[in-house]
Design a protein around this ligand. Structure first.
Ligand code: X2X
Length: 338
């Protein structure tokens, strides 16, 4: 499915009417004036913690590094930004490992359905061997990736037509998925009708009923106001998702090593703090969304997992990722998948 540029702009504007960028005093005189683009609302913990990091970086480099944040896909949708981070049109960008897989094939391995049972296992894997493996793959594509992955969260399914209680409810469901083969494959296995749409266009796609539903963590359903255009929220926890903090390689290497150290330290620290914020937000947001009129239901993962197995989803992706990568994933989650 193709959504026009015009609906992209309208969608972003409709979702977030009061976007702003932050410019700190001294940006004019900085030696390194860099942009950080992302797809989330300014109120999401990712942007709040990034603002803190930017301020500290400016202080600790005595004003040599000024980073301006562009939230809410203001500079373009994720697939555009992935080109821009490679060419140097933007210097920093946060991206889901699954969308990154359109460039770095095996980056999406952390997004396999129902792989991680909880956050403890996520951080052990992503700060451990699995994260190390993926960062190695990313570096082969000439991008710089910071050590600590930021959190997006465990994803839940929202709908304007009814609750999703079991895998069978996903059959024929018109659902928006981010632009990534793994996402399309997963919802094809559920026999849904997945449409690849960048996040910048999601609010308007839901509002105009191009699709009936989407899936995202509660923190996004809340901060990007998707509850305004969706009535049902089904707690499927069907996969975990994060954001790799990427940098353009030439822009990164232009900074002297001590300056790079300050930038990396503050971004990684902010990422770890952001993980705690998102986890907390995801646990308190259910009540909030219910108060805003969403009907929230719990689900049992068994039927979803069984469906993925039955459709050969795990076997197919094991083949695509290869034995080495799959072995690292299975070791990280402590169980054989599929
Ligand atoms: O596009 C999405 O749904 C989002 C915001 O979760 C990602 O960046 C993958």
């Amino acid at each position: 499915m193709n959504i026009t540029r015009r609906s992209l702009v309208l969608g972003a504007a409709a979702a977030v009417p009061l976007v702003s960028t932050i410019r700190y005093a001294g940006a004019q005189t900085a030696e390194f004036n860099y942009k950080f683009a992302n797809n989330l609302a300014v109120s999401h913990p990712l942007n709040i913690r990034a603002q803190e990091a930017v301020k500290k970086i400016q202080e600790e480099t005595s004003g040599r590094v000024a980073i301006q944040i562009f939230p809410s896909s203001q500079l373009g949708a994720d697939t555009d930004m992935l080109s821009q981070i490679r060419s140097g049109g933007v210097e920093f960008f946060t991206l889901s490992p699954l969308i990154l897989s359109t460039l770095v094939k095996n980056a999406s391995i952390s997004g396999i359905g129902f792989a991680f049972p909880d956050y403890k296992s996520v951080w052990a894997a992503m700060d451990g061997d699995l994260g190390k493996y993926v960062r190695g793959e990313i570096e082969k594509s000439n991008l710089v990736v910071l050590d600590k992955i930021w959190d997006n969260g465990f994803r839940q399914i929202t709908s304007s037509v009814g609750p999703i209680e079991k895998a069978a409810d996903l059959k024929g469901f018109k659902i928006r998925v981010p632009v990534s083969p793994l996402w399309t494959s997963m919802f094809s296995a559920f026999e849904s009708a997945p449409a690849s749409i960048n996040f910048a266009e999601v609010y308007s796609a839901l509002q105009t009923k191009i699709v009936d539903g989407q899936e995202n963590p509660l923190a996004i359903i809340s901060t990007s106001k998707l509850y305004e255009v969706q009535q049902f929220c089904s707690m499927t926890n069907h996969m975990w998702d994060g954001f790799w903090f990427l940098a353009n390689k030439r822009a990164w290497e232009r900074m002297p090593e001590d300056v790079r150290g300050i930038v990396a330290k503050n971004i990684n620290e902010a990422g770890v703090n952001q993980r705690a914020d998102v986890e907390k937000l995801n646990s308190t947001t259910q009540e909030d969304l219910a108060a805003k009129g969403m009907k929230i239901n719990a689900t049992d993962p068994a039927s979803f997992r069984d469906k993925l197995k039955e459709k050969g989803f795990y076997a197919e992706w094991k083949g695509k990722f290869g034995d080495e990568a799959w072995g690292i994933l299975e070791k990280a989650v402590g169980t054989s998948l599929g």
